[in-house]
Write a protein that binds this ligand. Structure first.
Ligand code: SF4
Ligand code: SF4
Length: 373
């Protein structure tokens, strides 16, 4: 077993891998002109906006494509308009999404960075499905500080890097116990964080965003529109992008119209309006923060925030019933069913959003139980 010193060296190697590869094309803004700069950006298109990923020399489009929805023609269109990051997981839609992305990438692999969320035990299958010999960013899916601190992440990442199956670095996606897990990830020097940044979390995570910026850690915002009413989404996109700490907003985009809306929006800049802020606050007043306080209080260890994510977000807001059911089914029955709740209400007492958790747990079980028992 390697000692702690050896582990630190290995981790530094992983973190430096991002910079050493990109440093070949490093751009000195002082010394190079604008066209030189643009030529260093993968898939540069003038209508897109790009931001530097943390302290690396990789520039990402401010809009990137989530993998939950892969409409091949829309993905092609978005890449033709300068998107240069796609995110995918083999689990999305039972594998249909990654197969569709593989078709999209047949003629566009060199135009995009690929971020994959997985456990990476099946990396060869992922590469085959995507039709590539490497992915760019490993995204380890971790939901608690303990999970984010696992040393096995770095060992697995190093193995894949040395095998040439990943080009850059280990990142982390965070869906629960968000503030604590983000802090652990920053302490562990992940170079890329993908975290939920809907309105309440954007406010709560201000100190962590500043720390990420200071550390040179890239941040990709996901589930930004969770709980946000449709007519507020355009302005909220601009608000998210008004934070220089955030490199890109990853979004499942299923239509040309939606992509055009996003592309048009980013031509503008955010300006504070009290009316919009008030409406935004009202829109998300009962939305789950994924803070994990309820789960810490629950004597039955029910995965409350994941149940709410399935019911409120995937099913109700995104109308993606199949993904809601699939994610619900991934949890053990004891962790998801209302029948396991003893109605002690401990969860509701600690919930900062005052969510009627037991009622939602019951409704989610009613909605999804028939297909899982
Ligand atoms: S009411 Fe149910 S879900 Fe809430 S803490 Fe008690 S057992 Fe857990
Ligand atoms: S239900 Fe409430 S306590 Fe539980 S994760 Fe969501 S916001 Fe936090």
């Amino acid at each position: 077993m390697p000692g702690p010193h050896e582990k630190m060296n290995r981790r530094q190697f992983m973190q430096k891998s991002l910079y050493s590869v990109s440093a070949v094309g490093a751009v000195s803004a002082m010394a190079k002109n604008q066209s030189d700069h643009e030529s260093k950006i993968r898939n540069y298109q003038p209508e897109m906006r790009y931001r530097r990923l943390g302290s690396s020399d990789i520039y990402l489009s401010v809009i990137s494509l989530g993998g939950l929805i892969v409409e091949e023609a829309v993905h092609q269109y978005a890449i033709d308009h300068g998107v240069n990051l796609v995110h995918i997981s083999k689990s999305y839609k039972g594998g249909a999404s990654i197969r569709s992305l593989g078709k999209v990438l047949k003629n566009k692999r060199d135009k995009v960075y690929i971020a994959v969320k997985d456990n990476f035990n099946d990396i060869d299958e992922i590469l085959t499905l995507l039709g590539t010999d490497h992915i760019d960013f490993l995204m380890f899916n971790r939901h608690t500080p303990d999970e984010a601190a696992e040393e096995s992440i770095w060992e697995q990442a190093e193995t894949l890097l040395e095998a040439g199956k990943v080009r850059y670095l280990a990142g982390i996606t965070i869906h629960n116990h968000i503030k604590e897990t983000v802090n652990t990830a920053l302490d562990k020097n992940f170079s890329l964080l993908m975290t939920v940044l809907n309105p309440p979390n954007l406010d709560l995570l201000q100190p962590e965003l500043k720390k990420a910026y200071h550390n040179g850690t890239g941040v990709i915002a996901m589930k930004t529109m969770k709980g946000v009413e449709n007519d507020l989404q355009r302005n909220y996109l601009l608000k998210v992008l008004s934070h220089p700490e955030i490199t890109s907003v990853v979004k499942g985009i299923g239509s040309f119209e939606l992509f055009d809306q996003y592309l048009n929006a980013i031509q503008e800049t955010y300006s504070y309006q009290q009316t919009f802020e008030s409406k935004l606050l009202y829109s998300v007043r009962n939305d789950c923060l994924m803070c994990g306080a309820c789960e810490k209080a629950c004597p039955q260890h029910i995965h409350i925030s994941t149940v709410l994510r399935c019911f409120d977000y995937y099913s109700r807001q995104l109308n993606d019933e199949s993904h809601a059911r699939a994610t619900f089914q991934e949890m053990a029955p004891a962790k998801r069913f209302y029948s396991n709740c003893d109605d002690c209400k401990m969860c509701e007492r600690v919930c900062p959003q005052k969510i009627n958790i037991t009622s939602k747990l019951w409704q989610a079980t009613q909605s999804f139980e028939s297909v899982v028992v």
